[in-house]
Design a binder for this molecule. Sequence first.
Ligand SMILES: Cc1cc2nc3c(=O)[nH]c(=O)nc-3n(C[C@H](O)[C@H](O)[C@H](O)COP(=O)(O)OP(=O)(O)OC[C@H]3O[C@@H](n4cnc5c(N)ncnc54)[C@H](O)[C@@H]3O)c2cc1C
Length: 277
Amino acid sequence: MSLAKTGPRKDGAGYERVSCSAVVGADGAQSSVARAAGWCGLTTVPLVHAIVKLPSGMPSDTVRVWFVPDDTPYFYWLIPESGGRGALGLIGLNGQQTRRCLDRFMEKRHFRALAFQGARIPVYQGWVPVERRVGRGSVYLVGDAAAQVKVTTVGGVVTGFRGALGVSESILNGGRSRELRMLRRELDLHLLIRRSIHGFGQADYSRLVDWMDNAMRRTLSRVTRDEAARVLWHICRNRPRIFLLGLRGLLACLLHPAKRRDTSMALPLSVPSVTQR
Ligand SMILES: Cc1cc2nc3c(=O)[nH]c(=O)nc-3n(C[C@H](O)[C@H](O)[C@H](O)COP(=O)(O)OP(=O)(O)OC[C@H]3O[C@@H](n4cnc5c(N)ncnc54)[C@H](O)[C@@H]3O)c2cc1C
């Protein structure tokens, strides 16, 4: 990398012009690097959460989730933080509507908000090629900038780090990266699971929870949500009915796409680009 020029801009901010063969954009869902290098914008969903006092008796090492499909195809969570407080939130489809749902949910369950926070999270709808040639160099994206978010839980911390590892491998190995191939498989699997549960109604969720036995609970406490293939394998082996329930959801998604409130999860899976990694 070489430094070509520095100086003040007209608006008073400083700048440096550098010349390098690789630039990595890890600047989040609204990535300016991605925009400047010509990637399309990502589909995002709103996350709203409130800091609340934990209900008395709630253990500080336990997370609670609620499935309320009338409010969201995702779920509500309550994650304990320090000092008897927790983050109560949900991911929705529309910002204002999602905030209204959270207000209603808190009122019904007697939670009082100490503060609100919100953000937009990218949803993975198919692999985003992580490299583009610009001039004689390459621009790479990692993390939220490349929608490396598992859409089962809409979490991107672990997958984002895997994306960063993959891009470093790719830079060092002349474009080859096993980590990126594995990450893509992982994200596609989460997309498949999301599509199979995205249209679930209350009765489906009740069935899902009722069908979970102790062995299944043990599996879920041992295998992280970042290992979708292992979770699926345990489900197929031990609770095939749950697997069939998911398959039914997937078929419904395929056969009745028009009935869905949210088209961001529409089939089919995207076809890999041949020109870009
Ligand atoms: C409230 C909330 C809770 C979440 N909980 C979880 C969870 O429990 N588990 C999970 O896996 N994921 C969770 N996520 C998602 C997770 O935080 C993101 O997927 C992850 O942080 C993505 O990392 P990133 O580095 O790609 O992007 P970011 O964390 O968004 O980091 C991008 C960075 O780039 C900087 N930046 C942006 N533009 C510029 C610029 N022009 N110049 C310089 N710097 C710039 C930003 O300031 C920021 O520091 C949560 C997200 C939110 C908002």
